[in-house]
Design a protein around this ligand. Structure first.
Ligand SMILES: C[S@@+](CC[C@H](N)C(=O)[O-])C[C@H]1O[C@@H](n2cnc3c(N)ncnc32)[C@H](O)[C@@H]1O
Length: 357
């Protein structure tokens, strides 16, 4: 039996979040232990893998914020969920080429998968001043820019369903007692226990509620860093903003949606984030939402097209064609341009809003 089957065998059923946590992050069994998950030959591709121009735009944003806060001599860049470490590698390379930027910086990386930490250490072996950090509350006091690309969508989620005015938690159990097949199982819960989600959802009108477990702990830590370290948080992810919840969970393998219950030990499991959850927790912590815009809007405001023009002038036709195709993938509303959003959060008194207006 695999670790999921063993647990179900013992408990009869397990909540969806526990199932996802084992399926993705179990040291020996979890999906993230695999080496070929990212990229065109893997299961999914993220923006920094499409073109380094994405990270270049983030570098411009970082330097602009650094100028806005009057060029402190030292800064931290903290990346949450760095995957293969590609984005931070591209950012370090491009930030060092920006002549006006003369601060020294420490990179903090926060990663849950032990296998990916190894990959990151290998890919970033030529760089100094990189610290892998388990507890993000432990970073030093310097001004901190926090970055996250597709971080929260990899969190285990809880799901709740309403049927005839009763709430049920989505769980996983064996199918008809067959210990080799799993299925969804809705476990009735006390209706009062759903009330804690009414901060984020209209629980009277919603039929489904999704909640990424541990998100509040993370957002509280990020809020503290923003306050204590004059920080700012920039993130990209797919999601929506609505008080009515929906079922958004997906299993992805080889760039296609697959059946989660059949492929769970060999696929990525992801979901759309309800940005309301982030807005509401940050608001409670007195943290300002600078904006929520599409990835297309953000990248265009940062000047991705102008930068592409500059590069193309110096390149041959074939390389230029690749760049144009990559930019199209990043900004085209039918590709990643609209499904993905950029969100930023800062202290209340911060007027920096590059990319958001
Ligand atoms: C979908 S991948 C995105 C990787 C990378 N940011 C990129 O854009 O290519 C999600 C990343 O977040 C990490 N992750 C998920 N939950 C985490 C947590 N609670 N703490 C730290 N890392 C986490 C995963 O292991 C993985 O590196």
């Amino acid at each position: 039996m695999n670790p999921i089957e063993k647990l179900i065998n013992k408990k009869k059923f397990i909540p969806l979040n526990q199932f996802i946590n084992i399926a993705l992050y179990h040291k020996k069994f979890g999906y993230y232990k695999n080496n070929k998950i990212f990229g065109r030959d893997g299961d999914f591709i993220t923006s920094p893998m499409i073109s380094s121009i994405f990270s270049e735009m983030i570098s411009i944003w970082i330097v602009s914020y650094w100028i806005y806060i009057k060029k402190p001599k030292k800064i931290n860049i903290l990346e949450l969920g760095p995957g293969t470490g590609l984005m931070i590698k591209q950012i370090i390379n491009s930030i060092q080429k920006i002549k006006t930027f003369d601060a020294t910086f420490t990179i903090y990386l926060h990663e849950k998968s032990e296998n990916l930490i190894k990959v990151q250490k290998y890919n970033l072996r030529d760089f100094k001043n990189i610290i892998w950090i388990k507890n993000i509350n432990k970073i030093n006091q310097d001004t901190t820019i926090i970055l996250a690309n597709e971080f929260f969508d990899a969190f285990p989620i809880k799901q709740f369903y309403k049927e005839n005015n009763n709430w049920f938690e989505q769980c996983i159990a064996f199918k008809n007692g067959n210990k080799k097949k799993i299925t969804y199982y809705k476990n009735k819960i006390n209706n009062n226990s759903i009330k804690k989600y009414s901060k984020f959802y209209n629980i009277h009108k919603s039929e489904i509620i999704e909640y990424p477990i541990k998100i509040e702990t993370y957002l509280n830590s990020i809020s503290k860093i923003i306050k204590k370290n004059n920080g700012i948080f920039l993130m990209f992810d797919y999601g929506y903003c609505n008080t009515i919840g929906k079922n958004t969970i997906r299993a992805i393998k080889k760039h296609r949606v697959v059946d989660l219950l059949k492929e769970y030990n060999d696929c990525d499991i992801t979901f759309d984030i309800n940005f309301n959850i982030l807005k509401s927790i940050f608001k409670k912590n007195n943290i300002q939402n600078i904006g929520i815009v599409t990835q297309n809007f953000f990248l265009q405001k940062l000047g991705i097209m102008e930068r592409a023009d500059q590069i193309i002038k110096k390149q041959d036709l074939i390389t230029s064609k690749d760049l144009i195709l990559s930019i199209n993938k990043l900004v085209n509303p039918k590709e990643m341009g609209e499904a993905f959003h950029a969100l930023a959060f800062s202290n209340k008194n911060c007027k920096f809003n590059l990319g958001f207006i």
